[in-house]
Design a protein around this ligand. Sequence first.
Ligand SMILES: Nc1ncnc2c1ncn2[C@@H]1O[C@H](COP(=O)(O)OP(=O)(O)O)[C@@H](O)[C@H]1O
Ligand SMILES: [Mg+2]
Length: 253
Amino acid sequence: MDGKKISLKLEHISQSFITNNKVFDAAVDVSLEVYESEFLVILGPGRCGKTTLLNMIAGLEKPVDGQILLDGEELKGSDERIGMVFQKRALMPWKTVMENVEFGLKIKGMDKTERRKIAQKYIDLVGLTGFEKAYPDQLSGGMKQRVSIARAYSNDPHILLMDEPFGALDAQTRYAMEEELQRIWQTEKRTVIFVTNNIEEALYLADRIVLLTECPAHVKAVYEVNLPRPRDTVDPEFLRLRKEISDNTDLAL
Ligand SMILES: Nc1ncnc2c1ncn2[C@@H]1O[C@H](COP(=O)(O)OP(=O)(O)O)[C@@H](O)[C@H]1O
Ligand SMILES: [Mg+2]
């Protein structure tokens, strides 16, 4: 990745919480560079501190130590250059697909014609053309996540954070959404930081994989995945990397 522009930089980030009058470390000395337009996957076991890391990048929690730089400047609180796609509970059920997708733009005061045009572009991009007037409850889990992706894209973020966005989907829908996400990202490249506890999902999507340790989160290893997309999950190099990562972690395959 020599010569690539650094989009986000985590410098010696640590996070602790006080529970029952005891200090609990959730992340310790995490340093990381994320490059522009890179698809970076953070891979780690459950409760290891992945969401904690994303929350700090999203500006929802302040690290107890270290700093986060966005485009070279220290990040202070939440920033509209950073967008988030959550696992669930993110859509407003009383609003249509269109209203959900255009919401951020409406808040910013963009006029209706302009924001509808942008929202439509991303509704089309995620494959939801014709569902503009549908309500979230009328959609499948995979379609709801498409709406979340379209909404995040509409706000034109430099960085998209995705916290196990497909974790609640059944296996078949999950594969379909992984394929869709790589297609969407290839069409409109953004810096993506995608969190998962699934090795295969990480290998299918990532330019680089950051493997975390058990809690407190610490960077255990970084893997570059130089395989053509869409990835062939039975390609010998794919399987070799899967074994290498799996041998380096307690994560189940
Ligand atoms: N606000 C908080 N207060 C206390 N403990 C927390 C808080 N947020 C996270 N934790 C703890 O930090 C650890 C890591 O949590 P989390 O970042 O959600 O893990 P992951 O997303 O990898 O599953 C867990 O043990 C969790 O209970
Ligand atoms: Mg989490």
